[in-house]
Structure formats: C-alpha cells, structure tokens
Design a protein around this ligand. Structure first.
Ligand code: PHE
Length: 356
C-alpha cells in the first residue's frame, strides 16, 4: 500500500472513531472535549497532517483535500450532536421542574393540648358558664397563704400531712414553699377583692399546678387542682351541693349521682368529701370502686369563719362554700386512663390518642 493510501485509511479510521464518539457523547461538555481531541490544534486530524512531509508533491494537496472534507464532515456532525444534546438537556430541565398538581399534599402532624390542659379548660369553662370568674395565684407561696390564713396554724398536724416542698427556711427569711393546694388562691382572690373595695358576692374558679413531696403509682410530685369558691349572703351547703351536682354531671356528660361524706379540713366547717357513683360500674361495685359503687373525687365544705376573718370579710353577714378537686384524677375517671404516670411520660402514642 502506498503512503497516501495508508494515510487515507488512517484518516478514515479517525473519521469513523470520531463520528462514533460524537454520537455517544452524553453531554455538551463531553462533546466539546471530543472536538478538541479530533479537530483541535493538537488533535488527531492535525496529527496525521504531520506525516505529509513524506508524500510526493502531487499527493500532498490530495491528502489536504481529504483532511478538509473530513474536518467539515466532523464539524457538521458535532453541530448536529450538539443540538440533539441541547434539546435533551432542555427536556430534562423541564421534566425536573414540572409540578405534579395532582400529588396529595404533605401531611403535617397536628399538635394538640395535653390531656390535663384539656381537662382544666373543660372544667374552667363549666364554672365560667355558671358565672365564676377565673383567678390565678403563684406556685411559689408563702406559709401565710398556703397555711396560716387557711386556718392551719404552725403546729397543726395538717401541715405535716401536706408533704410540703420548702424553698427557703432561714431565720430571717419568710419561708417560701411550693403551694400544696390551690386553696391559697382563695386567700389571694379575697384579699384583692376586699382591697379593691368590693363587697361580696364573689365567685371564683382557680385552676393551677400544685406540688407535694410524694411519688408513687397514684401520686405525682406535681399535679393540678381546680379550686372553686363562692362568698355571698346566705350561702349554704345546698348551694355547694347544687354546684357540685351541676359540675360533675356536666363534666362527665351524664347524670352522675353524688354523695357528701363528713370529713375534716381546717379551712372548711363543716367539711365533706364528695363521691360520685362509680362511672365504670354505674354503682354496682367493681374493682375500680373496690366494690363500694362510689369514687371519691374532691374535698369541700363551708369556708371556715377564721378564713374569712383572715381577709377581713364580715362573717356576721357573709358565708361561703369552697371545694378543690384533683384534675388528673377526674380526667382519668372520665377517659378510663389506668395509670397517673401516663400524663407525665409524654409518650406520643398516649398523647395522640387523647389529642382529638
Ligand atoms: N385544698 C384541699 C386539698 O388539697 C381541697 C379542698 C379545697 C377542700 C377547698 C375543701 C375546700 O386537699
């Protein structure tokens, strides 16, 4: 084979390789690299031209023509591949940006109030409906508000029974404590009321957190109470019982029987513990009411005259009733929640079930 034929064959091979490579290029960057590789100054075609020195004078232009033809052909092929690639890239971009309006929306889990808060809100709403006004007091209390003013003097055994968390107990500081019940709100609300120059009636509902140094299956060191009281002329136990009956039936959303059992609280006289007919067995007797048919739900009584006196309310004119209930206990009874600790573990499975 003559030199020129060998060269032509070589050029043809390069041409074929280049065409195949252009067709296979995946993107325009790859194509650009191939263009340099085959058509660039140091590219394959130019490389072949370096060999023309060995050809005869008449063969040189022939090879030049072949090279130019191949060059033009390859340039055209690159042009064609380039527009194909660009079209493809455009399609891919459009596909990537397409919005499928028929896709379902992304679900965001809905939050809910804690079951204890739900209970507090429900209870407060029932009393507000009856005309009671909401009041709040501090969780860090003085001994005066938590005990003394409530007719629990320093050496009274009831103080010891309250399992109090004391915060400060030095000689010169007044001892502070975490309130053991919401009854101090009675004192604060009445003090404020009197200081503002009002005369009873006064009807208050006071929901809030309370603390006792006590922890087992049925006791938590922090729990919630709702305190309810009313002071007016001629307030009697009949009013107390009427409000209790209304409230408990409204809260349990059914007529529940109630009974008052004589009891002792320093701040009420007479005092009574209040039972409802067992909501699980309707009074027949079951495991939960220990066969008695009754469940104890709250403490109550007529506000002790000493309590009214401690806030300068005239006991020759006014009397009052008061009661305090444990929120967790009532929520457990209403929803059949078996264990107090579920409220505080914050297991989302429990909270979700109670959420709706
Ligand atoms: N404060 C009492 C308690 O925590 C409940 C109570 C309130 C009883 C008001 C009578 C009147 O046990």
């Amino acid at each position: 084979m003559s030199d020129i034929d060998a060269m032509k064959a070589q050029l043809d091979e390069i041409r074929q390789q280049a065409l195949d490579a252009f067709a296979a290029a995946e993107d325009s960057d790859a194509l650009q690299a191939l263009k340099v590789k085959y058509l660039g100054k140091k590219g394959e075609l130019t490389g072949v031209l370096k060999g023309v020195g060995g050809l005869s004078v008449e063969d040189r232009p022939r090879i030049g023509q072949v090279v130019n033809r191949i060059k033009a052909e390859l340039e055209q092929a690159i042009e064609a591949s380039s527009s194909v690639l660009e079209a493809k890239a455009g399609e891919a971009r459009v596909a990537a940006e397409r919005i499928d309006v028929s896709l379902p929306g992304r679900n965001r889990p809905r939050g809910a109030l804690h079951p204890v808060q739900q209970g507090l809100d429900e209870m407060a709403a029932i009393f507000e409906h009856l005309g009671f006004e909401i009041a709040e007091g501090p969780e860090i209390e003085t001994e005066f508000h938590n005990f003394d003013a409530l007719n629990i003097p320093p050496e009274h055994p009831a103080r010891a029974m309250h399992d109090t968390f004391f915060l400060r107990d030095t000689e010169d500081d007044e001892p502070m404590l975490l309130r053991t019940h919401t009854s101090p709100v009675q004192i604060r609300a009445m003090q404020r009321f009197v200081a503002e120059g009002h005369e009873p009636p006064l009807a208050v509902v006071a929901p809030g957190r309370v603390y006792r140094c006590d922890s087992d299956v049925t006791h938590s060191p922090m729990f919630h109470q709702v305190e309810v009281f009313k002071v007016d002329r001629d307030v009697s136990m009949a009013h107390l019982k009427g409000v209790l009956q209304y409230f408990l039936s409204a809260y349990f959303e059914k007529e529940v029987p109630i009974r008052l059992r004589p009891h002792y609280f320093p701040f009420t006289e007479p005092s009574a513990e209040v039972d409802i007919g067992c909501v699980f067995c309707s009074g027949k007797g079951c495991r939960i009411c220990k066969g008695s048919g009754w469940l104890e739900v709250l403490g109550s009584g007529m506000i002790h005259p000493n309590v009214l006196r401690s806030v300068d309310i005239d006991t020759s004119i006014y009397s009052g009733f008061a009661f305090g209930l444990g929120v967790e206990r009532l929520v457990m009874l209403k929803h059949g929640i078996p264990d107090l600790r579920l409220f505080f573990e914050n297991d989302v499975r429990f909270l979700r079930r109670m959420g709706a």
